[in-house]
Design a binder for this molecule. Sequence first.
Ligand code: ADP
Ligand code: MG
Length: 695
Amino acid sequence: MSRPEALWPLFADLTGLDGIGKKTAEALEAAGIARPRDLLFTLPHSGVDRSRRASIREVVPPTMATVEVVVGRHRPPTARGRPYRVEVRDAETTFQAVFFHPRDEWIARVLPEGARRVLSGKVELFDGVAQMVHPDHILPPEEAAAIPPFEPVYPLTQGVTQKTMARAAASALDRLPDLAEWIDPALRAREGWPGWRAALRTAHAPLGPAELTATSPARQRLAYDELLAHQTTLALARADRRRRPGVASAGDGRLQARVRAALPYALTAAQERAVTEIADDMARPERMNRLLQGDVGAGKTVVALLALLVAVEAGGQGALMAPTEVLARQHLQGLRPLADAAGVVLEILTGRDKGSERAAKLAALAAGDIHILVGTHAVFQKDVVFADLRLAIVDEQHRFGVRQRLELGAKGAAADVLVMTATPIPRSLALAQYGDMDVSILDEKPPGRLPVTTAMVAVDRLDQVVARLKAAIAEGRQAYWVCPLVEESEAVDLTAAEDRFARLRAALGEGRVGLVHGQMPPADKDAAMARFSGGETSVLVATTVIEVGVDVPNASIMVIERAETFGLAQLHQLRGRVGRGPAASTCLLLYRAPLSEGGRRRLDILRQTEDGFRIAEEDLAMRGSGDLIGHAQSGLPRFRIADLERQTALMALAQTDARKLLTDDPTLRTDRGQAMRALLWLMEQDKAIRLLSVG
Ligand code: ADP
Ligand code: MG
């Protein structure tokens, strides 16, 4: 497939546009505008009111005004450094047009005494006298129609003037091909959206401020185009995966029932719902590709186990991949007793398995004697062969790249995939990033959780904090102490953590304090974790190693040093380590004064709420979507018009629409399907185009 000819002019060189030479083209390219299409999707962000007035007395300075005047006396500067003034008279009053260093010949020509002129510019009062310094436009009345009543203002690019932008945009608009409509006509009618060409024209030549807002019909339509193209790509990827043969894994509930009986608690309604959704999906012959989203402590692990048991009940195997060794071991510890209760063989495989022991595990796995394998990404190394892998689960997915997610799918040729994430991302982002997946949400926490009291403490009160900690551990409480990641180099952070470790040991007693950090030998790390979760040590000093997933219900105090340097989501994750047991929990945010405005706001939000979704929304609002996702590998496109923060509903609509379109027309052959192909080309959805080419 190649790009439709109708679109060629929009993908030609920028230098073909009016007023754009090589230098300007380079400047624009540096700003990410490389083709006429990019220019078309770079919309003015504001506008200047140049509607005609009879007199400047109709406006309140300082402000823009456009008036017709009779040119009066010229008053050249009387001293060096003074401006050149020209008196002018509109329908009601006189004012001055002011110039610094005008050329004599030029000023005499543009403002001849006695002539009529239309001036447009900013009117200001200077010593009580109204003046217009360097008017933007000076034209004879018969040419004044060239001044648009509302002049668009483009986002500025170094080395490119507003006039150049406007002229180039106009010339790109002249080349707009007439493309068939890709939006569902009923939807367009309902929303009152213009056609594509009309929408672009309006967006570049707004008649007033109302047409600059994101909610104006033209801009909404253009935003929708972007979202629809993106969602169509995701829907194509989803359809492609579902088309490939999968295996229907229907459980009979036999093993699940044994595990449920062994659990000290009942599942929450949200957990039940998620288990049902997953089991139903696994029972279907298509491959499952599902996201399980749930705030920290929502209880994703047990949902994962029940899903793995469905695979085993169906006669197959399951795998659970954790991002760190510590977490993999924790899963082993937590899940093995339950697996034993069900008579299911659960093993662990990590990078630490070597030699004959590893070989034995691999053999057992290939023979189908191991039913469930937990581990790190070692689980998906090349030589790891399953007898019949039915379900692959990735825990804490935000620690893995999209690439690993794809590798996983390749492992069991037909394996269902479940991705679990504890990062409660806002719905709009979830739709954008995981739109190719189906989503189950744990929106409820297990009952009986006490709220975590969160307090801010300046770091100069460290001694008091340590004293209180001493009293708390004397009562049998346990605490995490998180050291900051302030420096670029891990070595420096390590020193900070080791210093803190030494100091706390001196204050609280040698044997009471443990330490874990990323560079520790794995066995030491395990040992430190085990001593803490077994209650041997009372305080665990850690770098952010513990951010993800660690579960020690008796720990009820979380101290975060230099909390102001952490991101909101990270702080929320860290705090989520406490508040899991019956004791009331505390989170102390140690900060160094003075706090920046952003730092204070983050800590305030954290004090106000424990609702991960609300925190995520605030995070998104404070940082913007690009930053929140944080890496190019997220695959999240950079939208030029659509606003992820504010157009969630539009994104949801695009997803429904795209999925429906593909259900009705999987290969995009109908008229609307063909139109959609053009949109995908226009929006540079290469992945979609590839999928269409092979499919
Ligand atoms: P996360 O979603 O953060 O991975 P976990 O699966 O680690 O959460 O669960 C957090 C804690 O809640 C664990 O100690 C787990 O045993 C407990 N838990 C899970 N589900 C329930 C439930 N329905 N009722 C009570 N406790 C639960
Ligand atoms: Mg977890």
